[in-house]
Design a protein around this ligand. Structure first.
Ligand code: BJW
Length: 245
């Protein structure tokens, strides 16, 4: 085993990144933590600590108690709107400009990558600022958010719901296919700020590994991916990513 110090390790990683032909980055809630947006699991603390993900992020939960679910999302939407992209988001926007073949897949619903300047973002789990008809799944644009109770679709009367992907729901097919194809064909894959617990997103790193990519993880905490990654940077995305450029 070769042990590098932190600076030397990052220098070698940067070299390998720029030598790569095709790069895929998968981000999770951790990249927005330094913008003050709680991670998915941290969003279930404080007032919301009594609820589990199944109480708030499933279609069944919304059917049972639409107001509870709507209020949780209204609280989070408000935080997201007040947040600013951080150095991690900005570094990835810059990387998109510098690399010819770069795919950014995000599990985040907060638009912070787009607000940092990333142009081509695959939103795996939707977007919290969008509103859908809960029956037809069509996008509804006639509401001035935030509203304190779920409004209703003007065409069919069903409740409006946040435009995100809940547990048990399908990932939008075009995004699923593009992310899979990119992960199969990339030679450098970076997993940033995700607990690597939620599938099929967590499976993208496994696909990349299986098809021979060099896999890097950036996260202050170990995850199920950590033992399999080729290179692990145990640190915060907003500090590590600018140094990778
Ligand atoms: C930092 C940091 C810093 C902190 N810098 N890092 C295979 C096996 C087992 C189960 C399944 C399976 N396949 C499917 C399933 C079921 C299920 C699933 O995965 N369950 C698991 C929990 C076991 N998956 C699904 O249901 C998916 N759908 C599906 O598979 O459909 C199939 C289907 C077929 C046919 C018909 C119908 C269906 C859908 C999953 C949708 C997930 N949705 C959510 C909610 C989105 C809206 C919202 O935000 O409210 O997405 S759940 C939640 O988890 C959210 C996140 O995007 C996602 C991932 O979370 P993430 O980003 O990893 O956040 P955290 O909080 O978990 O972790 C933060 C990390 O950051 C930590 O590691 C920190 O250390 C780190 N961190 N500060 C860097 N500064």
């Amino acid at each position: 085993m070769v042990i590098f110090d932190y600076t030397e390790g990052l220098r070698l990683l940067t070299q390998r990144l720029y030598e790569s032909r095709k790069v895929v980055v998968l981000t999770g809630a951790g990249i927005s933590a330094e913008s003050g947006v709680p991670t998915f699991r941290d969003a279930l603390t404080g007032l919301w600590a009594q609820y589990s993900p199944e109480d708030l992020a499933t279609p069944e939960a919304f059917e049972r108690n639409p107001k509870l679910v709507w209020d949780w999302y209204a609280w989070r939407r408000d935080m997201v709107e007040k947040a600013q992209p951080n150095l991690g988001h900005l570094a990835l926007a810059e990387l998109e400009k510098r690399l010819e073949d770069f795919t950014l897949v995000t599990q985040n619903v907060d638009s912070l990558h787009q607000r940092a300047g990333s142009r081509r973002v695959l939103e795996y789990h939707g977007n919290i600022t969008k509103t859908l008809c809960s029956k037809e799944k069509t996008e509804l644009s006639e509401f001035a958010l935030p509203l304190s109770t779920p409004p209703c679709c003007s065409l069919c009367g069903a409740y409006a719901r946040p435009g995100v992907v809940w547990f048990g729901e399908k990932i939008p097919v075009d995004v699923l296919e593009k992310a899979n194809a990119a992960s199969r064909s990339c030679d450098f894959f970076v997993s940033i700020g995700t607990s690597s617990l939620v599938y099929p997103a967590a499976g993208l790193a496994e696909v990349a590994l299986r098809f021979g990519a060099y896999v890097v993880e950036i996260n202050p905490e170990p995850t199920p991916l950590t033992p399999f990654a080729h290179f692990v940077v145990q640190g915060q995305a907003g500090q590590v990513l600018p140094r990778l450029l």
